[in-house]
Design a protein around this ligand. Structure first.
Ligand code: ZN
Length: 285
């Protein structure tokens, strides 16, 4: 088995809010990739990196030591333990309390379990060569009202000239509305302080022998496909096979720099933290 990992901040001196970890012990392996958000000093004195280290570490440990417990239950327990660790010192009811997307996978014998919550990605390449992306698209799960509102705001943003006050105001309003939909009824869900959110994750199980490779990505890396349209998910995995996580992230950085003003490719951040864990099982091509 070969494992490659890259997890880099959006720029020199910027704190990386992505998290990536792998555990290999005996015949049990697991990976966890998180994209931290929130935590702008409201309510929590610890910050996002503390939160992702705590949540990711708990999830990885539970996944590997309780191999018969479903990953969603491991995630629920990891969220609860993380919340308990700062419930007395922090106000976890704030919408902006530290939180994250979650991708996790665990393999044990011929069983491979996976979980995706919110907009980080898992790409599973089968022995048949087909790449199956596991994507939890939060905006696609929105109820029609909020979904239409966000689409309309994005259209307003794109209709105004680059650099105009109207375009900036629409982008700001989009971000504000989007934040308000996080972990609220009719909105979308991330791992924050409520363990029940774990039940909303996409989960699945496959025979390990049918899987050739796994790639877990935060959207900072997945933007190669989703924002910049530089290839398909299959081509993304082919790029990882050739150049590894560093090659993928390097190409995203080039695309980000070429559109630093976010004129051609509207996105929340000009440059984003990026994390990739790429696992190739024995017998991979
Ligand atoms: Zn805290």
């Amino acid at each position: 088995m070969r494992v490659q990992l890259d997890c880099v901040s959006r720029g020199a001196g910027q704190i990386n809010e992505d998290y990536a970890a792998v555990s290999l012990a005996g015949d049990i392996g697991a990976l966890v990739v998180l994209d931290g958000v929130g935590g702008s000093g409201v309510g929590c004195r610890h910050g996002v990196p503390w939160f992702t280290a705590r949540l990711g570490g708990e999830l990885l440990r539970l996944a590997c030591t309780r191999v018969d417990t479903p990953l969603a239950d491991c995630l629920g327990e990891a969220i609860a333990r993380t919340a308990r660790a700062h419930a007395t010192s922090c106000d976890l009811t704030q919408v902006q309390t530290p939180q994250s997307t979650v991708v996790a996978a665990r393999w044990h014998g011929d069983r491979l379990d996976h979980l995706v919550l919110s907009d980080s990605m898992l790409l599973i390449r089968g022995r048949d060569g087909v790449v199956r992306p596991v994507l939890d698209k939060p905006l696609d799960r929105l109820e029609p009202g909020p979904s239409k509102r966000l689409s309309a705001l994005r259209e307003v943003e794109e209709a105004h000239p680059v650099g105009s006050a109207e375009r900036a105001a629409a982008a700001e309003e989009y971000a504000r509305v989007s934040r308000g939909l996080r972990n609220s009824p009719g909105g979308f869900f991330t791992a924050a302080a409520d363990p029940d959110v774990a039940a909303k994750a996409l989960t699945g199980t496959l025979p390990r022998s049918e899987v050739c490779s796994l790639a877990a990505l935060t959207d900072g890396a997945g933007n190669w496909v989703e924002t910049f349209g530089l290839g398909t998910w299959t081509q993304c995995v082919e790029l990882l096979e050739r150049e590894g996580p560093q090659g993928l992230i390097c190409r995203v950085r080039t695309a980000e720099r070429a559109d630093a003003g976010r004129d051609s490719f509207p996105r929340d951040k000009s440059v984003d933290d990026a994390a990739v864990v790429f696992v190739e099982f024995d017998g991979a091509p």
